[in-house]
Design a protein around this ligand. Structure first.
Ligand SMILES: Cc1cc2nc3c(=O)[nH]c(=O)nc-3n(C[C@H](O)[C@H](O)[C@H](O)COP(=O)(O)OP(=O)(O)OC[C@H]3O[C@@H](n4cnc5c(N)ncnc54)[C@H](O)[C@@H]3O)c2cc1C
Length: 371
């Protein structure tokens, strides 16, 4: 069997999958399966909600994956050597010698992370949401994690007249971030007039819906004035199709049991990458990129020989080395930065690393695009 005859199915073309398909495009016969026709840089969404055309944040797969078969659809089942895919034209089967599961995670509201469609459809979705939020006098953001905080900061910067509230069911903002970030973000948003409601959650309207009469109700009985809601919460791992077929390889929360070579437990020809893995790491794009590089390296060896010796992957736990890297933007000019040697409330650092273009340039460069 020569290298070209090995078939690779990459399931999910998000922050990990698009890189793996790109790295392997000349070394195996690659099929990329995704319900979208493009990769979107998720980091851009907070900025695009206030300025929909601010960044070239979507890259059609066809622009950087020549020679790769692009199958638009959802994987619905996986077995040892094939994956079933539901497409608009009907169900189809993709056979593989190697596969990568990189189906990532969804948010409750697909506005926050794109789940389907074309670039034009996604642009229209963001623009419609922008119009609604822009015309609100009072906006409620549900979820005080990094996504909710970044969206809040973009709105206070661009639309200071909108009265903003964040509701978070935990006891602080940015609880999964480095230790100093929560206090820094609370101070920044408080200084910009944002009301922060902690230890409480919405009961009306129901999850995912918009208020009908300008008021929402919380579990603690608060009434909060809000014309519109940004649902920046409800993250779910997208591995239902694996659980149906290989239940013993999936944790209760949907994460996939991952071996030391980033393979699905008990499946030596199936790799996993990104948010779907059950490693003790943050679920962030920067880690998904590390997984992609490690998986591509081993797949390149396997393209040469099925018996190749694989290189183990070293997880990057949150408190150590690369695992400490994190930037939470606070608008276009700055933000909070964690590096391996410390945490910084230094705007120039956050601006240069991320806030300026929300990492869009870096992602484009990663697939050889300069503009
Ligand atoms: C608004 C926002 C801001 C963020 N900011 C940052 C940040 O600043 N820094 C950072 O490091 N991380 C950030 N993240 C987190 C980061 O986006 C994720 O950790 C990253 O996208 C995970 O990459 P992934 O490849 O595992 O999954 P994803 O990027 O979620 O990609 C999964 C892909 O799989 C596809 N898919 C899903 N189900 C199926 C199926 N059944 N069949 C086929 N395809 C399927 C999806 O369409 C998608 O293209 C942010 C996330 C959001 C939403």
């Amino acid at each position: 069997m020569n290298a070209w005859s090995k078939r690779l199915a990459v399931i999910g073309g998000g922050m990990a999958g698009h890189l793996i398909a790109h790295a392997m495009r000349d070394l195996m016969t690659v099929t990329l399966i995704d319900p979208k026709t493009y990769v979107e840089v998720p980091m851009s969404v907070p900025r695009l909600l206030v300025e929909p055309d601010a960044l070239p944040a979507r890259i059609p797969y066809a622009d950087f994956l020549p020679g790769v078969t692009l199958l638009r659809g959802l994987a619905t089942a996986i077995s040892e050597r094939s994956v079933e895919v539901a497409t608009a034209e009907g169900n189809t089967t993709v056979s593989f010698d190697y596969a990568v599961i990189a189906t990532g995670s969804h948010y409750l509201d697909p506005l926050i992370k794109a789940t389907s469609g074309t670039v034009d459809e996604r642009k229209a979705e963001i623009a419609a949401a922008h119009r609604i939020y822009r015309s609100a006098r009072r906006l409620l953001i549900v979820g005080g994690g990094a996504v909710g905080v970044e969206i809040a900061a973009e709105f206070v910067e661009t639309f200071p007249d909108i009265k903003l509230t964040i509701i978070e069911q935990g006891n602080g903002l940015l609880r999964a971030a480095p230790s100093k970030f929560g206090d820094w973000a609370t101070r920044f948003l408080g200084d910009h007039g944002v009301e922060i409601v902690l230890n409480d959650r919405l009961v009306s309207p129901a999850i995912g819906l918009q208020p009908s009469d300008g008021v929402v109700t919380t579990a603690a009985g608060r009434k909060i004035a809000a014309d519109a809601i940004v649902w920046a919460t409800g993250i779910k791992i997208a591995t239902g199709f694996v659980a149906m077929c290989l239940a013993d390889a999936v944790e209760a929360d949907g994460r996939l049991k991952t071996d030391e070579y980033l393979r699905l437990q008990g499946r030596p020809n199936v790799f996993v990458a990104g948010d779907v893995t059950n490693l003790p790491e943050r679920r962030v794009a920067i880690i998904a990129g590390q997984h992609a590089a490690a998986v591509a390296k081993n797949l390149k060896s396997l393209a040469r020989s099925d018996q190749a010796k694989l290189v183990p992957y070293k997880p990057q736990p949150p408190g150590k080395g690369m695992g400490r890297l994190m930037v939470v933007t606070l608008g276009r000019q700055g933000g909070l930065t964690s590096l391996p040697f410390g945490q910084f409330r230094a705007d120039f650092l956050a601006r240069n690393i991320k806030s300026k273009d929300m990492l869009v340039g870096r992602v484009r460069k990663g697939v050889g695009l300069t503009s």
